[in-house]
Ligand binder design. Structure first.
Ligand SMILES: Nc1nc2c(ncn2[C@@H]2O[C@H](COP(=O)(O)OP(=O)(O)OP(=O)(O)O)[C@@H](O)[C@H]2O)c(=O)[nH]1
Length: 273
């Protein structure tokens, strides 16, 4: 075959993508990347200074993908270095440590930092996200359950994987799904494929369950002011009951949230004339 034709075909098939890793310091971002690219685990903590950069090649179906990986330092100190590297990312590996609640709670602020740095014009639908619930090998210190992590991720249309950079659990499956979705997205005109969202519940349901879990008392749970009337309590209750009723809502935790709402209403009505 004419070598130019051959070259053109190869060029058509190969793709260059940029991915970044995000998450608090010490959650295992660098180790996850090393486990995948170098098949090894580094037990000693060496903080990333600013950014680490690497390139790897992967094969997705008939395409060769050249992946530029920017491993971002999680420490707040490196914000000024990090913020330069968000733009033009097609994929984000969001990592938390299942043994550190604050690293899970910080995921929202990582998304916030990213949106802020990429500017208001950024279309988050054109970026593939994968959430890694990392260090699952340390079972005794686990504080963030799978249901909670999965709910956070899947309600946003993100992939969710339980991983251990130490044992290798979930790492290649996670990267395979990640690169395959990025390739689908590129072939789909830069839009995250809809089929990727597998959950049968809405973001509103997921956010409400999280809000109920974190509420400080029954008033707060129903979303009414202390001292609200019976009508106000009942109205708020009805709205939540419709949203979360286990017959209608399949989001993880909906049954417990629904029961909690029923109990909150009962206890408030007992004390309202
Ligand atoms: N047991 C266990 N330890 C892990 C795992 N992943 C990472 N570690 C350890 O956690 C520490 C931090 O890992 P890093 O990969 O350097 O963390 P990082 O998120 O890149 O941290 P920064 O570079 O500061 O943002 C190291 O001591 C790792 O050996 C894991 O899956 N299981």
């Amino acid at each position: 075959m004419d070598s130019n034709v051959q070259k053109r075909r190869e060029n058509k098939k190969s793709l260059r993508v940029k991915v970044i890793s995000l998450g608090n310091a010490e959650v295992g971002k660098s180790c996850i990347i090393k486990r995948y690219c170098e098949k090894r685990f580094v037990p000693k903590y060496l903080a990333t200074i600013g950014i680490d950069y690497g390139v790897t090649k992967v094969q997705v179906r008939d395409r060769e993908i050249k992946v530029n990986i920017f491993d971002m330092a999680g420490h707040p100190f490196f914000y000024e270095v990090r913020n330069e590297f968000y733009k033009d990312s097609q994929g984000v590996v969001l990592v938390y440590d299942v043994g550190l609640r604050e690293s899970f709670d910080a995921l929202d602020s990582w998304l916030g930092e990213m949106k802020q740095e990429m500017g208001s014009m950024v279309n988050m639908e054109s970026i593939v996200f994968v959430v890694c619930a990392n260090k699952v090998d340390l079972t005794k210190r686990r504080v963030v359950d799978e249901g909670v992590g999965r709910l956070w991720a899947e309600s946003r249309g993100f992939h969710y994987f339980e991983t251990s950079a130490q044992s290798g659990e979930g790492i290649s499956e996670m990267f395979q799904a990640f690169f395959s979705s990025i390739t689908d997205m590129c072939e789909n005109g830069g839009k995250r494929p809809v089929a990727e969202v597998t959950v049968g519940f809405t973001k509103e349901q997921a956010d409400t369950i999280r809000r109920i879990r974190n509420s400080k008392d029954s008033w707060d749970m129903l979303g009414v002011k202390p001292g609200a009337t019976r009508e106000e309590v009942n109205k708020a209750y009805r709205k939540l009951a419709v949203l979360l009723h286990p017959d209608k809502c399949v989001a993880p935790g909906s049954e417990d949230a629904f029961k909690a709402v029923v109990n909150a209403r009962t206890s408030l009505l007992k004390n309202i004339k």
